[in-house]
Ligand binder design. Structure first.
Ligand SMILES: Cc1cc2nc3c(=O)[nH]c(=O)nc-3n(C[C@H](O)[C@H](O)[C@H](O)COP(=O)(O)OP(=O)(O)OC[C@H]3O[C@@H](n4cnc5c(N)ncnc54)[C@H](O)[C@@H]3O)c2cc1C
Length: 314
């Protein structure tokens, strides 16, 4: 842990390298040290816990999607992973790297920073090309969208994570890991510079119906325009509790309390799903070129809800 340093910029953790090496080649990040964790065997693989699953952060996306317990008990997770990237990338990319990957914002990737500003201090995203940017949670300087398509499904399952640092380890719900940065020195997650993400813990899927729905511009290894993941616990025909998570609309995976309130106590019909989707996007504040995402996100939320209610992923 001592190799990692105490401030961002001193060192970066290297796992599969599918994101970090691209950022280094593009001269966007230039760490003084790379700390390769790929050989830490204890941080790889899936173990059946009591209850639930513990997934080492170095487990590749490919291994995870093929894992018999994931396929059987967390089919929406297997489905989301198989929709992500390409088989070649999934064979290199690790789950920890997926959770910690940096935003795809083209200003960030172009070297203008996470909260890009012009020399005169103008907000480059607000003034510029923002068609893929945030429509929720964008009232501060952060306008990028959270990049992982797998995280919303993990949040819908109620996943938590374990972070390990020089002073020990801490566990927190995955959704609390993501934060909206307010200054350029902050990152988009609550990882300290001297910590690594060690494992993801999934609770028992018992009685939970989970589904996800993605809307992509093209059926290729690209990122979606909007997606939703929904987890439902039922009490007979009615929803007892719900987790509604929208991806690609905000700097964090966006959990919609408004949509969840609409669902609880009802059975999920077309009309209820539509009302919940409307509620989820009611507070949207689109930028100059991305109002189209509101309708896409509503469709994703509604279809994920109906899919979850009818039994979840196939
Ligand atoms: C063409 C293409 C298409 C893609 N499509 C999708 C998609 O549809 N959906 C999707 O979700 N993703 C997609 N991705 C992103 C891909 O999933 C990530 O690049 C990958 O998961 C990163 O994992 P890695 O092990 O290679 O991480 P690395 O590149 O090694 O690291 C990524 C970042 O995470 C940090 N990091 C890695 N592991 C840890 C750890 N254990 N603890 C702390 N920090 C860590 C690194 O320091 C770095 O900042 C795509 C990527 C490409 C290139």
């Amino acid at each position: 842990m001592g190799l990692l340093g105490t401030a961002w910029g001193q060192a970066e953790v290297l796992a599969g390298g599918t994101d970090l090496l691209a950022l280094m080649k593009d001269d966007v990040v230039h760490p003084k040290r790379l700390v390769n964790i790929k050989q830490i065997k204890e941080m790889s693989g899936v173990t059946v816990g009591s209850p639930g699953l513990r997934i080492g952060s170095l487990t590749t996306l490919g291994e995870l999607a093929d894992n018999v317990n994931v396929v059987k008990d967390y089919p929406a997770l297997a489905e989301a992973i198989n929709d992500a990237a390409s088989p070649q990338i999934r064979n290199m990319a690790t789950l920890g790297g997926n959770l910690c990957q940096r935003p795809r914002c083209w200003y960030f990737r172009g070297g203008f920073g996470l909260l890009p500003k012009s020399e005169s201090g103008k907000d480059l995203v607000t003034e510029g090309e923002n068609r893929y940017h945030a429509i929720l949670g964008n009232d501060g300087p952060a306008k990028f969208v959270s990049p992982s398509t797998i995280v919303p499904v993990l949040v819908a399952y109620g996943a938590s994570i374990r972070l390990v640092g020089s002073k020990g380890s801490r566990e927190l719900p995955l959704e609390r890991f993501y934060v909206i940065p307010k200054t350029e020195t902050e990152r988009e997650h609550d990882l300290k510079p001297n910590e690594i993400l060690a494992e993801v813990i999934l609770p028992s899927p018992h009685e939970m119906k989970v589904a996800h729905y993605e809307i992509r511009q093209k059926q290729a290894f690209d990122w979606p325009l909007a997606l939703a993941a929904v987890g439902l616990t039922m009490n007979g025909p009615s929803v007892q509790s719900a987790r509604v998570v929208i991806g690609y609309v905000a700097p964090i995976p966006w959990r919609s309390a408004e949509a969840e309130r609409v669902l609880v106590g009802k059975s999920v019909s077309e009309d209820v799903a539509k009302a919940a989707a409307e509620a989820a996007l009611q507070g949207a504040t689109p930028l100059s070129h991305n109002a189209y995402k509101i309708q896409l996100a509503k469709v994703a939320v509604k279809r994920a809800m109906l899919k979850a209610a009818s039994g979840g992923a196939a």
